[in-house]
Design a protein around this ligand. Sequence first.
Ligand code: ATP
Length: 206
Amino acid sequence: MLRVGLTGGIGSGKSTVAKALSALGAVVVDADAVAREVVEPGMPALSAIRERFGDAVFDPEGALDRPALGRVVFTDPSALADLEGITHPAIWKRTAELMNAVPANAVVVHDMPLIVEKDMGADYHLVIVVGTDEEERLARLVRERGMTPEDAQSRIDAQADDEARRAAADIWLDNNGSLERLDAEVRRIWAERLEPFNENLIHGIR
Ligand code: ATP
C-alpha cells in the first residue's frame, strides 16, 4: 500500500484533488468525514461529549450543535483539550480501520487538512500539498462557500503558512490555475508518481 497524505490550506482544493485521484483508482480516506462520523448519534464519543459539555451543545433532535460546541472550545483551551481527548482516539481508531481495509496493492490517499500543523508527515510515504495563493483561496471561500472575507481570513490565519507546507511537501501541486489545469496536473502526478507504485506492487518488485 502506498500511503499518501493530501493536505493544503483551507479552500486550496484538497477535496477536488481527492475526487480526481479517486476517479483514477486511489482509495480516499476523508479526515473531515471521519471526524463527523465518530460523533454521529449512537457513537460512544457523543455520549462522552454530552457528559463533559452538557445539553447546551446539542440541538433539540439530540445531534451535536457544532457551532455551539465551537464557541465553547474556541475561548477555552482546557475545554478544547478535553474535546480532543474524547474525539481524537475515536478518529485515529476509525482511520486505522479504514486504512487497514485497503488492499495491499492500492494507493490510499488521506485527505487531511492538518498534516503540517500536527507534524504528521512521517505517517505517509508521500505528502502532496495543494498550493494555492492566499488571495485566490480567500476569493474561492467567499465565492463558493459564502463565507465573509473576515471569516475566511481568520480561518486562513489559524493554519500553517505556505513556507511550512512547502517544507513538508514531497509533491507541490500548484492550484492557482483553472480546474482543467488542476485535473491535468493530478493525472500527471498519478501517472508518474502513484500508479507506478501500484504496478510495481502488482508485479512483485516491492
Ligand atoms: P477545505 O479545506 O475547506 O476542505 P478544500 O481544500 O478541500 O477546502 P475544495 O473544496 O476542493 O478545497 O475547493 C474549494 C472551492 O474552490 C470549491 O468550491 C472548488 O470547486 C473550488 N476550486 C478548487 N480548485 C479550483 C480552481 N482551480 N479553479 C476554480 N475553483 C476551484
